[in-house]
Design a protein around this ligand. Sequence first.
Ligand code: FE2
Ligand code: FE2
Length: 302
Amino acid sequence: MQNYGYQAALAAAQKVSWKVEDLIGGDKRLDFTRPFLPESLAWVEPLDFLTPREKLVLNQIRGHGYLYLFGLVEEFILPFVLDHARPQLAGDDYRVRALLQFAGEEAKHIQLFKLFREDFLAGFGSDCEVIGPPAAIAEAILAKDPLSVALVIAHIEWMTQRHYLDSVRGDERLDPQFKSLLKHHWMEEAQHAKLDTLMVQALADGRTPEQLLRAVDGYLEIGALLDAGLEQQLRFDLAAFERATGRKLDAREEAEFTRVQQRANRWTFLGSGMTHPSFVATLEDLGPAVRDKVEQVAPAFC
Ligand SMILES: [Fe+2]
Ligand SMILES: [Fe+2]
């Protein structure tokens, strides 16, 4: 069983201290001459029919999608953590403080992603449509079993660890502002991922193996809902690309664009979380059948 503690998570979180204003605003602006997302998430290079300039524009559109989609998922993480904390406000003081610190940081991240997105829209020069509204998506997700939602949140927060450690760190070509956002987000998400593990353990406590498998079905249903959202976002991204570059892709190019970018989106938001070793360890703690179930579907998203 993975062994994290509320007191240690709170102490680690308190050592990390940054303000939204340190990262964006004033002379801190996105640099549109540089890529925003690392290639391991953007996957623009396989599209060899695009010019270097068009690949850069597509990378930035994917960066915009990343800002928006993270803002969107954090809108259901925040109320979920508050609801999880509220019934035990009179319990373990470290538990209450660690969860409220977590919620406060997510409120900060929502604002951070929002301000970055405003800066993007001010500088990009043409429209980028987005899925939503976030409140409707949050409502659909929060209607599921809390254990299913807690698993999705753990998946998302381990995923942000992987995005920074495996791909962003060390990539010198990226826009420094966007890179700083990914770095600072990663710093705080490290404690969230541990608290998620504790939330999963608390919500799984006392359930039968069958009930745990049903909760995993709920996790996979939320994954399917997010996958459908990503598919729609991909259509918006293609339209934004054609608008920004003035280039209309022919049928063969459009099919290839869709195939590659669907894999890129699935890896970025689904596969990289589903297969994160710490998330897999959380599934294993719930039982080998739970782990097997997720491992069987994961290859479709990698
Ligand atoms: Fe966050
Ligand atoms: Fe988080």
